[in-house]
Design a protein around this ligand. Structure first.
Ligand code: BDR
Length: 303
């Protein structure tokens, strides 16, 4: 009664908008679970809002602007395009809404913190795996993700530069975009395999690209090696069957969790590291049953 009489109201719960690149892939479901867990532990609310397709950066811009207009306390954002999202991120900061960049960089420095995989380093790991499997000689192709997506571009760059620097006997004979879409990734993989009969390996830089490439290689099991990215039941099946030779696996649950935690720390006046890079792990049939690998690929999906 006294509280009410004094006109005191319970403090408003902080609200953090969490805006991923999309919603279809298991990767984002893991990010969502981690974000929700951190929100529950911190006693804050999250608003999860995603575009249908990972190519719809205009739609993602609308979501960011809408969240700023409804005065959320902070935003966790995985920018679909490292340039197109600069304006919305800078406008959010100008209006006092701190932004935590998650998963994929953006070409501005006004964000509070970035929590993501060391994607260039992951690309280097993939190149070393291919170089080793091919004994430093052969023809490889890349199923890339999409132009403007800084995270996957860094993987592709890390892969290509490492192949050129360390494996001069390996040629990257083709590289095409699967646009984070299963069907498109399957089509471009099929076309590259048909265009290059002597192909020895493929590198795919995200979940959709890896699934599409594995499907395209179904009838060529063993002849063409495949190093993919991310993790899902289908990709693990491919790894166990030998369709896929290795996967670069990230920490999506931790990325979602750390993004919300960093937003809460910022809102509560605590210091937050500007860069929070998480290493990707190379998973193969040989190490698949290691306890820490199992823990990472079975990260808890329940919020
Ligand atoms: C993929 O896009 C990247 O930004 C994520 O890390 C994931 O690998 C999902 O399309």
């Amino acid at each position: 009664m006294a509280l009410a009489a004094a006109g005191c109201r319970p403090a408003k719960r902080l609200t953090i908008a969490v805006i991923p690149k999309g919603r279809a892939l298991l990767y984002w479901k893991s990010v969502h679970a981690g974000a929700a867990r951190a929100a529950a532990e911190a006693g804050v609310e999250i608003l999860w809002s995603a575009t249908e397709r990972e190519t719809d950066y205009a739609g993602q811009i609308q979501i960011v602007e809408a969240m700023v207009n409804q005065r959320v306390d902070a935003i966790g954002l995985a920018p679909l395009d490292k340039v197109a999202l600069v304006g919305p991120v800078e406008r959010a900061a100008q209006r006092g809404v701190p932004v935590i960049v998650m998963d994929s960089p953006v070409d501005t420095e006004v964000y509070v913190s970035r929590v993501a995989t060391d994607n260039y380093g992951a690309g280097r790991l993939a190149a070393d795996r291919v170089g080793t499997m091919l004994n430093a000689r052969g023809k490889v192709a890349m199923v890339m993700c999409q132009p403007g997506g800084a995270s996957t571009m860094a993987r592709e760059q890390g892969f290509a530069e490492t192949i050129h620097e360390k494996y001069p006997g390996i040629d990257i004979v083709d590289q095409r975009y699967g646009m984070a879409d299963f069907a498109k990734s399957f089509a471009v993989a099929e076309n590259m395999i048909a265009a290059h009969p002597g192909l020895d390996a493929i590198f795919a830089s995200n979940e959709a690209g890896s699934v599409g490439a594995a499907q395209a290689l179904k009838s060529r099991a063993g002849k063409v090696k495949l190093v993919g990215f991310d993790c899902s039941p289908k990709l693990l099946e491919g790894l166990k069957s030998g369709m896929i030779d290795a996967l670069l696996v990230q920490h999506p649950y931790k990325i979602g969790y750390e993004a919300v935690l960093s937003a809460v720390k910022k809102l509560r006046g605590e210091s937050v590291a500007k860069i929070n890079d998480l290493a990707a792990r190379l998973v193969t049939r040989e190490n698949l049953d290691d306890p820490e690998v199992q823990a990472q690929i079975n990260s808890d999906l329940t919020p």
